[in-house]
Design a binder for this molecule. Structure first.
Ligand code: PLP
Length: 386
């Protein structure tokens, strides 16, 4: 089996599990406890925070551990927008993950906010001019993802953040999919908040982090014992934080070489699929894209049936995001990119981690061709087209 659904989730790396083990067993303490067991856990948490801060290029006090990417996005969007007294307007894009879109929707429905969705082109890119035009005096937050989870397009976040700052508007980016492939230095990116999630990176599900610049006011989403400097109450997931820190160290090590090798393998894979399946189209931006993602539409072919045919051939992939895969709706990302609904329903996303070699990926191209031909032979048209 070759697992090409790493954008949905990735296995826990051995080094990560080994680093976590002591904090699940002997050093299991609560970091708030004033005894040796608790103090040992508190030290591990502080070390993990320092390591995540080094990865993101920020101060340790600017790292808030969360339960994952969804919580980090909720805390950034609701927490910053609600704490900012300058107005009730947010700017985002229609291709964000549901964690951002639904948080924005919450602000609209329950807190009287309005929202401007900056359109994206067919390549998934936000044009800086369109972004600038959406900013208003009453805008309290702009949130644009660093890399898209379905098509892999990477946004010009540094430029967008600069434009937001010209108007004094705080800028958040969802870096959940970029983590492990792109440098996440928050100084270079110029962002005020950035979300990451452990399980896309070789740490377990249930841990993530939000960087929030020190001077940015933040209204907590979870209330309780005041952990994480009052920004996120709840007994800390010490082992998870240690795991995230370990995964971050591994991700930062040799990043540029790994990303370049994966990008070359991706380009060869894309070329192979396009040659094998005439009529297929690669989605997202041709160059500004994640090294570990390649998504296609196969107009006239049932994408779900292609997934099944691929799995029969030992290739595990997905129809888009894991959330969209479980629903009957066409991908909101592909619709925003301008694909018609029947074409959007034919999407297949391949995504992989650093463990997948170029040789293994190369073997998948012919399998995609076989799967598409098998589905076309069966005369199984696109879902919803009948
Ligand atoms: N943001 C993006 C871009 C994602 O791809 C995901 C997960 O698929 C999330 C946020 C949510 O992260 P988590 O699964 O850790 O809640």
């Amino acid at each position: 089996m070759i697992y090409l659904d790493a954008a949905a989730t990735a296995p826990v790396r051995r080094e990560v599990l080994e680093a976590m083990w002591p904090y699940l067993t002997g050093d299991f303490g609560n970091p708030s406890s004033h005894h040796g067991v608790g103090e040992s856990a508190a030290r591990a948490l502080a070390d993990a925070r320092a390591a995540v801060a080094a990865w993101l290029g920020c101060r340790a006090s600017e790292v808030v551990f969360t339960s994952g990417g969804t919580e980090a996005d909720n805390l950034a969007v609701k927490g910053i927008a609600l704490a900012n007294p300058r107005g009730r307007h947010v700017v985002t894009t229609p291709i964000e993950h549901e964690a951002v879109l639904e948080s924005v929707d919450h602000l609209v429905r329950l807190h009287g906010f309005s929202v401007t969705f900056v359109p994206v082109g067919r390549d998934g890119l936000v044009a800086p001019d369109d972004f600038a035009a959406a900013l208003r005096p009453g805008t309290t937050l702009a949130s644009v993802m660093l890399a898209n989870n379905e098509v892999g397009t990477v946004q010009p976040v540094a430029e967008l953040a600069r434009l937001a700052h010209e108007h004094g508007i705080p800028f958040h980016t969802d870096a959940v999919q970029a983590a492990g492939w792109l440098p996440l230095d928050v100084g270079t990116l110029g962002v005020d908040a950035l979300s990451v999630s452990g399980h896309k990176l070789g740490a377990p599900k249930g841990i993530g982090a939000l960087f929030v610049r020190g001077r940015i006011p933040l209204e907590p989403v979870l209330h309780g014992g005041g952990q994480e400097r009052g920004r996120r109450s709840g007994t800390e997931n010490v082992a998870g934080a240690v795991g995230l820190a370990t995964a971050a160290r591994l991700a930062a090590d040799g990043l540029a070489e790994r990303a370049a090798a994966a990008a070359a393998a991706r380009d060869a894979f894309v070329a192979a699929v396009l040659a094998e399946a005439p009529g297929a189209e690669v989605t997202g931006h041709p160059t500004e894209r994640l090294p570990g993602t390649a998504s296609f539409v196969f107009p006239g072919v049932n994408g779900e049936a292609v997934l099944l045919e691929l799995e029969r051939r030992g290739v595990v992939s997905s129809s888009g995001s894991a959330c969209a895969a479980g629903s009957e709706d066409a991908s909101h990302v592909l619709l925003a990119l301008g694909y018609p609904e029947d074409v959007a329903r034919t999407a297949v996303r391949f995504s992989w981690g650093p463990d997948v070699t170029a040789e293994r990926l190369a073997a998948v191209g012919p399998a995609v061709g076989e799967a598409v031909r098998a589905v076309s032979r069966l005369g199984d048209g696109p879902r919803g087209a009948h």
